[in-house]
Each structure stands twice: as C-alpha cells, then as structure tokens.
Design a protein. Structure first.
Length: 317
C-alpha cells in the first residue's frame, strides 16, 4: 500500500495555501528519507529523521533547530491526519526535539546591526529599493511578514481623524483575518513610496506592492511579477540581506521584536505601541479588535507615529 501524503495535505480545508506548501515540502523530505511504503513509517524512523534534519551537512540535512522544528511540525500534522484517516499509528507523536529559541527569546537588533542591514539594502537596484522598504516597514511598525506582503500599491493614504493628529497609514492584513490601517512614520512612508515610484515608472499602478523582480541578463529582460511576494519569499530575500550584513540566524520576526523592544526601552506609552502593531494594550484581549482599531485611529495613532519617529531617528541620521 502507498499513501499520497501531499494529496492528504492538499485536501485539508483548514490549512492556508502557504502552510500547505510547507507541509508538502515536509512530506517530500519524509518520503525521500523513509520511503513511500507506510511499513517504514515508525516512531523510530521519525526520530531518526528529525535527528538527521539537524545534523550538519554532508551527513545530515543541515537545518538549524528552528527550521527543523518548523518542518517537523508539518510532518506531525501529516502523521496525525494519516493515523486518523487510515486507522494507523501516529508515527510522529512523542518525538523528542531539541529546544529551539522561541520568537520571544530572539535578541533585538542593535542600532549598529540595523544600520548594517539597511546598508545591505542600499543602492539604485530595484531589488535593493524593495528590500529596504520591507525592512524599514517591518522595523518601524512591527508588522509580521504576512502583513507586509499583503500591502497593495494603492493601500496608502492620509487619515485625518476627528480626534488626534493626522497621520499616514497603510492597509495591512493582520493575523486573525482582519484589515488594519497601520500608522506610518515618515521613514516607512518614504521607503515604500520610493519602491512604489519605481513600480509606477514600469506601469505597475495596482495589485501587490511587494512582488518578485527578475534580474535582467544578456538574454532576458527584467520581469516584474504579478502576484504578491509570499511570506517565504520575503524571508528568503531579507535573509540574503542579513547574511550580507553579517547577521546570523535571521528571521523576519526579529524586525517585530526589535520594534517592540526599542519602543519599550524608550518608555513609549504602551497604547502607542499597540496603536501601531494592533496588539491589545491592556486587558482588552483579541475579542475587542474593532474597538481597539477605532480607539487607536481616533485618539493616539498620530501621537504613536511621533513616538516611532523619535525612537528610530538615530537609525536614519
């Protein structure tokens, strides 16, 4: 008997497309390692597979602990679904994994490291302009990579509330499925507008702001993608910039962590941080998303932008 694990993932009605892609990759790696015959899908094989993932190349998969954990979570989902649908044993349950550094344990970027990251995105090349915009947008708003890649070319605008200061904002899709008008500092606005201007100069005036751009060669012209850059695509692009800047073990979430860390270190009011990230600022909880959005928009978003510009000014001096 053979089981198409990728088809099992594809049939899911709960997984997002990006998650399906990751889990299918895990299925491919597992089949390559253990084979297509379920008789070989044992807990011992699963443990050996995980150990192989974190073993340095050329004897292993060469993945870092966090990356291996992400892939193995995909396999655990697959094993659980396989066990349920085929009345089989959950071969990936109870596997011991090395402790990975949680995102909350990430060290925030220092001022020097952040300057080095921006320097790695310097220059007139369109990919450099795009990546610089993504870095500045992430580090001055704390936006997640999925939120950054959700931004549209036409998603920017000036908001003049009845209460509080006017502010520039951009529409972002947020974790939880809602859309939030994220207040923008002038640093983020200028960086995003620079990239948008490049797109405009190439007749791109709608659709995704952050998209793929090919490098022209002697045999081919530059091509601009039509779809939004995926969160994984953003990860890979910024990981290359981080490597160039000498920043090891980079993950885009470190931009969010840096934003919150710098703001708190400067003793910025919690509600200002929440106004930008859309986090709950106290005991509001996630059930009060709409109340939180409108409260911030009407009362503190403009002041929050001023706080962001004050805290991040040294980065752009």
């Amino acid at each position: 008997m053979t089981v198409d694990l990728e088809a099992l993932v594809e049939r899911s009605t709960k997984l997002r497309p990006a998650t399906k892609t990751k889990y299918k990759r895990a299925a491919q790696q597992w089949i390559t390692y253990a084979g297509a015959d379920p008789i070989n899908w044992t807990p011992l094989a699963a443990q050996n597979f995980y150990d192989w993932l974190i073993t340095p190349k050329p004897n292993g998969g060469g993945l870092k602990v966090n990356s291996a954990a992400g892939m193995f979570r995909g396999l655990q989902y697959i094993a659980k679904r396989y066990a349920l649908l085929y009345s089989a044993h959950d071969f990936a349950a109870g596997i011991e994994m090395a402790r990975s550094a949680g995102r909350n344990e990430m060290a925030a970027l220092s001022l020097d490291s952040t300057r080095a990251l921006l320097a790695a995105c310097a220059g007139p090349d369109p990919l450099a302009i795009r990546d610089r915009a993504m870095v500045i947008l992430g580090i001055t708003t704390g936006a997640r990579r999925a939120s950054i890649t959700s931004v549209g070319v036409t998603g920017f605008g000036l908001i003049t509330p009845s209460v509080g200061l006017p502010y520039q904002a951009v529409s972002m899709g947020m974790k939880g499925g809602y859309t939030y008008q994220v207040p923008l500092s002038r640093y983020a606005t200028e960086a995003c507008y620079a990239w948008r201007s490049w797109l405009h100069s190439h007749s791109v005036r709608e659709g995704a702001l952050f998209r793929s751009v090919s490098i022209p060669t002697i045999k081919s012209v530059r091509k601009i993608g039509t779809a939004a850059l995926t969160p994984d695509g953003l990860y890979k692009a910024l990981q290359k910039r981080a490597a160039k800047a000498g920043i090891g073990d980079f993950h885009p979430h470190i931009l969010r962590h840096t934003f919150v860390t710098w703001m708190r270190a400067a003793k910025v009011p919690t509600e200002h941080v929440a106004a930008v990230t859309s986090h709950a600022s106290g005991d509001e909880g996630r059930a009060s998303v709409m109340e939180r959005i409108y409260f911030h928009k009407e009362s503190v978003a403009g002041a929050a932008v001023a706080s962001v510009e004050s805290v991040f000014a040294p980065l752009f001096c």
